[in-house]
Write a protein that binds this ligand. Structure first.
Ligand code: ADP
Ligand code: MG
Length: 750
């Protein structure tokens, strides 16, 4: 990076301003402030529609003063100045201002002498503060304001031009207004020699895209004369952001590929061919194709780094197991990492079952001499069992080790770890992948699996350091799942029908899942830490006044439900003792428990073929992809599955649209697009993105697919030609800063 950008701010804007900026924005360097871009732009000639201003956030808006009155306060000394401001939408607008006129806002100032004098009717001003609602009307209390009509900075400018001039709006804080930030940045722009900065974008790309030179772009993003100015500047910086991100990923991919791994070649007389011979079904074409890719990559002496995306039920586990067997055949060990204990235990059981005589668990006989030992290792195992499992992993006795986060702990080591499989990736970030990789003496091969279909650009952004394979077909004979929204608001009688419907399934020999949003009557649910999915309450700012179904409450209720008399019902949730949890799962898998009432602990991966009905209570409390995952638990054994999305919300409630979307399609990809639209960007990237990366600034993964795709192509070309980016120091520096934004602050203090 250019040395100028790393310079301390006080050197360019003075100690006092620098101290203010550091205090309120945490920015200490020239580059930091230069890259603090406006969030949006107001048009000087237009008033901000008041009905669109968000509540309870720091906002900056332009309005016209309608009235101004001052009175003495009754209870204490001082005066109160009330100013009514408007967006000129007047009575025509359909603002949400209950009591007052549509499009008006009441602004109150305590001892507001300047407001009293300056905010005269007819004046236009910019206001900055938090809009709140009291009584029926919207208000602002003691906001900062700036009169617009007599702009001292632009004397003699023709009024039409002035009216068109955009005003940048910076992300402001309660103590530092957008226009104060603008002023400081304008000082900074005046003192810098922008032309000398140098451009992290390669010249040929800037020319191809007809981008503004970097100096002009900085000027125009902060001080545009016309809307076209900031748009051009923003296009450039957005692309730059995409290129920096994609180059970082491409470089990481190149670094990983350049590492040396142990080749794990297939063995003609090994466990894998024996396993394939005993497989009770034929692999789907997709499973066979992905299997071939994995087999070839495992046989290379550079590490495989692959993401396997597959719809719920597409049969990813078999694909992973076959890869693990190839590694075991070659003398290595394989680790399978699951996000929850329930899922780890389930994988352990089902993998041993699938392997049959090819597996041994170290206790029972009846296996061939070459059988592989499958070992479970979780944090909640009794100490003795865990110690034994750790010993087996370290000595190499265990060929396949299945576990949770416990596998990441420092005390766990392997004899010769050749392959790591991470199941249901969306809960494992880059750091965890690296922690696992560190457990092998040479870099192991890595297979990451995810059941949440990821839109292309998200995959490119979040998993851009991995190659991708997709399983897009379900095994033959998979029965369709029909999904229905059960609206109790309009059909209260259906509440009883849910349980008689459950009884019908059970009488036919099948089993039922009932999922609740809460564990007990008074808690917030069973959420895995780091879960990416926001709850419906997060999405809507609802505060949960409704009585929601809970596991304990429903189990209680079902005890007296005549339709289910005599049916073995069991609860399952994250707060239970692990031993009880696995006992319950085992009893359900063995078809002893007929109806399982649980939280979302069964969300991922649980595989009980005999279950045919999934009842989700207060389904509106769950996100789209969660619902899709949940219903993927039924319809697995060739028996048609049914999913009932039960809700007490009125038809037309925004949350019911999510349910309608889930009922309308079983295409996970379509649903994940839908889902992303409802989420905030940070939620998409936040959970999976780690390693100190800052969040995206100008890039939106859904909107800017073409920018991301173009930047990715460029990045691949650049990194292929120059893997360490030695010839592109400015780009390399921009990547470093992106990957480690704290670094500059650190350098500054150190
Ligand atoms: P997911 O991709 O959701 O993890 P699983 O690996 O759990 O799916 O597979 C779902 C079910 O489908 C399992 O019971 C598995 O044994 C079965 N299965 C996998 N592949 C096939 C196939 N080719 N034909 C029939 N059944 C299959
Ligand atoms: Mg799975």
């Amino acid at each position: 990076m250019h040395a100028e950008l790393e310079l301390g701010l006080e050197r360019r804007i003075g100690k006092r301003s620098a101290a203010v900026i550091e205090k309120h924005l945490g920015i200490t360097t020239v580059g930091g402030l230069l890259n603090y871009f406006p969030r949006r732009y107001l048009s000087r000639g237009e008033l901000t529609p008041i009905s669109e201003v968000p509540l309870d956030e720091e906002v900056t808006l332009i309005a016209r003063v309608i009235s101004n009155s001052t009175r003495a306060m009754r209870a204490r000394r001082g005066s109160l100045t009330d100013v009514v401001i408007s967006d000129d939408a007047g009575t025509a607008g359909s603002g949400r201002t209950g009591g007052g006129l549509p499009g008006t806002l009441k602004v109150s100032f305590f001892n507001g002498f300047r407001a009293k004098a300056e905010l005269q009717p007819g004046r236009r001003a910019m206001f900055s503060g938090k809009v709140t609602r009291y009584g029926g009307s919207l208000g602002l209390t003691n906001p900062d304001f700036l009169l617009l009509d007599e702009d001292p900075e632009t004397p003699g400018l023709d009024p039409e031009k002035l009216a068109a001039m955009p005003i940048p709006v910076y992300p402001a804080t309660a103590k530092l207004t957008s226009w104060s930030i603008q002023k400081v940045i304008s000082t900074l722009l005046d003192t810098l020699e922008l032309e000398a900065l140098g451009d992290p974008l390669p010249a040929e790309i800037a020319a191809r895209e007809k981008f503004l030179p970097v100096a002009d772009a900085y000027r125009l993003i902060h001080a545009p004369q016309t809307p076209a100015d900031w748009q051009r500047a923003r296009d450039r910086f957005r692309y730059q952001e995409a290129l920096v991100l994609q180059s970082a990923l491409a470089r990481r991919r190149a670094q990983l590929a350049a590492e040396e791994a142990t080749a794990r070649r297939p063995a003609p007389n090994g466990l894998l061919p024996a396993f394939d011979r005993q497989l009770p079904f034929t692999l789907t074409a997709g499973q066979a194709a992905v299997g071939k890719t994995l087999s070839e990559e495992l046989a290379q002496d550079s590490p495989m780094n692959r993401l396997l995306q597959g719809e719920v039920g597409s049969g990813k586990t078999i694909v992973a197991l076959r890869a693990m067997l190839q590694v075991v055949d070659a003398g290595g060990q394989a680790a399978l990492l699951a996000p929850t204990e329930v899922l780890a235990a389930q994988h352990y059981e089902s993998i041993r079952r699938t392997l049959g005589p090819l597996s041994r668990d170290g206790m029972l006989g009846g296996f061939g001499p070459d059988a592989v030992q499958v070992t479970l290792l979780t944090g909640s195992m009794p100490t003795a069992a865990r110690k034994q499992a750790m010993l087996d992993a370290a000595s190499g006795t265990a060929g396949i080790v299945i576990g949770t986060h416990a596998l990441l702990s420092e005390t766990v080591s392997f004899y010769d770890l050749g392959l790591i499989v991470v199941d249901e990736q969306h809960r494992f970030g880059v750091e965890q992948r690296d922690a696992l990789r560190a457990k092998a003496s040479k870099p192991p091969h890595l297979l990451v699996m995810t059941a949440t279909p990821i839109p292309r650009t998200v995959a490119m952004t979040v998993f851009g350091d991995l190659e991708t394979s997709v399983l897009d077909e379900l095994p033959a004979g998979r029965a369709p799942i029909s999904t229905h929204v059960v609206g109790l608001a309009e059909h209260p009688a259906w509440a009883g029908r849910i349980w008689s419907r459950s009884r019908e399934e059970i009488d036919a020999g099948h089993q039922v899942y009932v999922v609740c949003p809460k564990i007990g009557e008074d808690d917030d649910g069973d959420f895995t830490p780091g879960e990416a999915e926001p709850s419906a309450a997060d999405l809507e700012g609802e505060n949960g006044a409704r009585e929601l179904a809970s596991v304990t409450g429903v189990v209680e209720h079902l005890r007296d439900e005549p339709a289910l008399a005599g049916v073995p019902v069991a609860p399952l949730h994250g707060r239970q003792d692990p031993a009880l949890k696995s006992e319950t799962m085992a009893s359900f898998t063995a078809n002893q428990t007929k109806l399982l009432v649980s939280t979302t602990v069964i969300e991922v991966g649980v595989d009980v073929h005999n279950a045919t009905l999934m009842v989700i209570l207060d389904a509106d409390r769950f996100g789209i992809s969660q619902l899709h995952q949940l219903r993927g638990r039924v319809g697995r054994g060739g028996l048609p599955g049914t999913c009932l999305l039960v809700t007490t919300l009125e038809p037309g409630h925004p949350s019911r649209r999510r349910l309608d979307a889930v009922a309308a399609t079983t295409d996970g990809f379509e649903l994940s697009q839908e889902d992303l639209k409802l989420r905030r960007e940070g939620d998409i990237l936040g959970a999976s993105q780690s390693g100190g990366r800052s969040t995206l600034k100008l890039l939106r993964v859904l909107e800017h697919e073409d920018v991301i795709a173009r930047a990715r192509k460029d990045a691949q070309r650049i990194v292929a030609a120059d893997p360490t980016l030695a010839g592109r120091p400015l780009l390399a520096a921009a990547i470093d800063e992106y990957l480690n934004p704290e670094k500059e602050a650190f350098l500054e203090r150190g």
